[in-house]
Design a protein around this ligand. Sequence first.
Ligand code: 5RP
Length: 219
Amino acid sequence: VTIDAEKRCAAEAAAELVETGMTVGLGTGTTIAHLLPILARRALAIRCVATSPMTERIAREVGLTITALDGIDRLDLAIDGADQVAPDFWLVKGGGGAHTREKIVAVTSERFIVIVDSTKLVDALSPPLPLELAVFGLASTIRRLAGPVQVRPGSFSPDGGALADLDVSLVEPAIVAAQVAAVPGVVAHGLFPPATVSGVFVGHGRSVELLEPRHRSQR
Ligand code: 5RP
């Protein structure tokens, strides 16, 4: 069984949560690329918000209705991938550079469901931490960050921010998240706290496991 099959199994499980009438946030990445046609095949009357131009393009191609986040009051459900999922449900996201929009969509949604293959489950989070940084004063912002920063060459978010990776220990994610977020010029970092997460579908071979944080956040 391939990693791709695990992604597809997790995507199928998450698609089952979607019901007619819902507003649905769509994440970004190769796992979400599996979700989009599966969701479209269900032919439900739903409106979707995309977190990247790539997701928007694929979603429209498969026939999903995309709407602007500003045009709707609330999202019922958001579904997204992750780069790392820790046992305490801290996530690292942003490998694909879409984490700013993904975080906005995640916290706007009643429920935030993460879909991953089994390689994304880690015992402990490890660097780097993806960042989106304001282009203005980039060198100054980088000097204020708590470790070496690699700017991704020529890589910008759809909102114009520079994408970069911070080499920092993630053993204390809450502390790092607060420190990094406090640096002026940081648009967003890729750490998502457990309180954001409603559940994680993990593909294991041909089966799917649902991991739920104890708080069962109903954001
Ligand atoms: C993009 C993300 C993605 O969800 C994360 O990088 C996982 O991607 P993939 O599904 O391709 O493994 O956070 O910003």
